[in-house]
Design a protein around this ligand. Sequence first.
Ligand code: UPG
Length: 474
Amino acid sequence: MGHVVLDGESSSTTPRVVLFPFMSKGHTIPLLQLARLILARGIDVTIFTTPANLPFVSSRLADTAASIVALPFPENVDGLPLGVESTDKLPSMSLFVTFVTCTKLMKPWFEEALGRLSNVSFVISDGFLGWTLDSANKFGIPRLASYGFNAFSCAVIQSVEASGVIFEAESDDELFQVTDFPWIKLTRNDFDLPIKDRVKEGPGYEFYKESIMATSKSYGVLVNSFYELEPEFLDYLNHKSQPKAWPIGPLCLAEPPKAMATSEKPVYLKWLDDKLEDGRRSVLYVAFGSQAEISKDQLHEIKTGLEKSGVNFLWAVGKNGNEVDHEFETRVKDRGLVVRDWVDQMEILRHESVTGFLSHCGWNSVLESICAKVPILGWPMMAEQPLNVRMVVEQIKVGLRVETCDGTVKGFVKWEGLEKTVKELMEGEMGKVVRKNVELTGDAAAKAVLDQGGSSWKALSELIQGIHAFRKNK
Ligand SMILES: O=c1ccn([C@@H]2O[C@H](COP(=O)(O)OP(=O)(O)O[C@H]3O[C@H](CO)[C@@H](O)[C@H](O)[C@H]3O)[C@@H](O)[C@H]2O)c(=O)[nH]1
């Protein structure tokens, strides 16, 4: 059982790293994986979270010596339902800016708890919690930011904003060339608000500006990626902007595969085992992350497309579960399984039966798929996911893209477009090419995290040594 210190006391002389993830699963999970890597270097770790997120955090670190501090989450915030402390629990993602902005109210509690910890070498906090920089500065502790994004999306965003080329195209769906990377063509719809908004004002823009500003004044930025995957984009960030970007991933590889007896396995893993025994080891895993809101009409097309494609599939429906009816489940029961609860995605992807992933391309999902050597069918839903799909399909070529009915990045997907691309990934010639590529990329990922020799292993060592030297010289 992990050591849970609710009041944040500490008096040991061992150096300590403070981790403060943003309250969203896709942002929290990689920092909990990073906790394992830091503990393995003989450094203590304290993780800051909130009461409603505590069970998730402590259960994921139950086998480690990380300590966890639960700070209160702000109450009575206009628009936010009481008890919602994580973005996947928001009634609508339109409340995101209210949610992320109210975390600033945690500042006094964070500083009080930070003041009670001894030997803190550095603070790693989410880029969305830019206000933590000021808190760390008050104690003279270097802060590193972590967004959980790749270098490709950060570099491309930086480049199109600096050149202004993003506003030269006439429509949101017209392709334009990225000045610093002329082989890349994008549309305005590949970007989220506030980047694609000409009017630079309002709470969303203020939040964006503050977090970028805080990152630029931090000691460094952690990138959950590895150098060999995107050297030109990491080099770009390190030549063009401050602070230094450290590629230390894929962080999901810090979590070892779980050896489970059959009796301990959840239903969906047993179902995948059965598919292996059937000799039909060809299951498409379908999941769109922890936050995606999918319309009723779009869900209808997904169901029809999966049904008509004839492939075996395991669909983790998450928060869209109520819209997936039991009649559908009955119709596909011989070859399709729908799971409504939280699943162990990494274990699913690592399962031998799974040979394709229909994914929204949240960056964690992409990395997990690469590490499991499973090719991707990308379907971006929000945030920087359209850029991730561009990277997956056009840059590193480990996946294909679903076909929208009007060919645009964010267009509606009819069942025919889904059926066609699912079949291409699972059985087609283009599927074969990306399957081969993902094998090689997966090997490179495994190499990057190897003890002593891997590029990510070395980057983390340099980072830790650099900070210790920096503190000594101060
Ligand atoms: O039932 C589930 C659902 C999710 N996961 C895990 O949850 C994480 C989800 O992360 P991700 O795939 O990145 O999706 P989001 O939750 O949508 O991630 C947000 O955060 C990412 C990192 O910043 C961004 O790339 C995305 O665009 C943003 O939506 C992954 O580790 C999954 O393995 C599970 O294990 N079980």
